[in-house]
Design a binder for this molecule. Sequence first.
Ligand SMILES: [Zn+2]
Ligand SMILES: [Zn+2]
Length: 398
Amino acid sequence: MRKLMIFLLLAGLFLPVSGLSEEDFLLGVRPVSSPITPAYRSTYHPDHENCYWCTPMNLENEAAVWGMLTAPVTVVQLNKDPLKSQMKQTVLYEAPDDSSKKIGMVTGESQAVHVLETREDGWSLVETYSTSFFNSKVKNYNAFVTGYIQSGKLKTVEVNQHYGIIIDKLTQRLYLFVDGHLETSLAVSTGLYNPKQPYNETRSGEYLLLYYRKGDLPDGNMHCYCPIRFNAADYLHEVPCIVPAGGKRSSANYKPFETVLGQRASHGCIRVQRRTNAKGYKMSSLFQLLKEREDTRFPKLVIWEDYQSRQVVIPPDSTPLYYNPDGGSMYHAVADCPGVKSKFWPLTAFTYGELESEPFAGLTLCPNCQPSPRKAVLEEINQVHRDTSPGEVMSYWP
Ligand SMILES: [Zn+2]
Ligand SMILES: [Zn+2]
């Protein structure tokens, strides 16, 4: 008992202190540090480092996150042509036997698996999030599954060493890492499920940004620009717009989708902010950056599940915000927000603690610099995640 107490005391002394400050970078929303990993549901504890599955879903430890984002992945090869392989899926079995129960789906080439055991009988035990779609053989939507696959189908792939991307379902943000540092964040919408369309939930996991599609991804009169495919049918793309036949793209076309950024809203794809943020990034510039990368290996994209008990940081009341007292309707994270004409710079400072009082109570969140949502919005996210794991509602464990 005494030994345990000394250990806890020492452990407390060496707990990593957050290296992030509100001024250093403008994340808008970030997760509270916790020990929860993507393999939270696993009963296995492999002894290795730098792995997506075993790295806690925190942003504070940049070195640990960067190690994870640049580590090789194990994927499934289903065709010699990577693009054809990525359009195929295979199953995971309950036992090392292809007549046993099928328990989950894996997409070829771009979806990684966590290898737990390589057996002498030609089978491997792996875990991953089942990437079931509406027409998949196994309908186990976004479930964390542990199962068997033939070892011959697995291959290890080196990944890009300059860029890495995290999507956090909890914060509905994209975090871009460049050369070991958290460079910026953009607001996103991941999939919104309902009982009739459980497959809308974006499949979590570890992926490669493999296919950079030319032009847009049309769906009726809905157009999604800058599409990068990371799964058989899931893309990272710009927030969609509705363009009627013969019409043109305009800001109004984006509005219905843009106003829900920062919340679940899509059919499974990841919609990303199109307006320039405080550091000059937006989905179209990210697309160019990744497509024209010098290191031709594919960048890694990881998706963090919003498990129960994960929480978001409520910013301190002293956090600076900005607005234009001369008729501005929005609040901003920076005094020189690219969403505001430069003749209004620098914007006037106030604080996050004053946001609910006049004259700030009616200001809306700027879709460019994406400052922190209001306290009530963040508290609602935390309340929901105290009781549930929203992304897992439609999963089952075989
Ligand atoms: Zn691991
Ligand atoms: Zn702004």
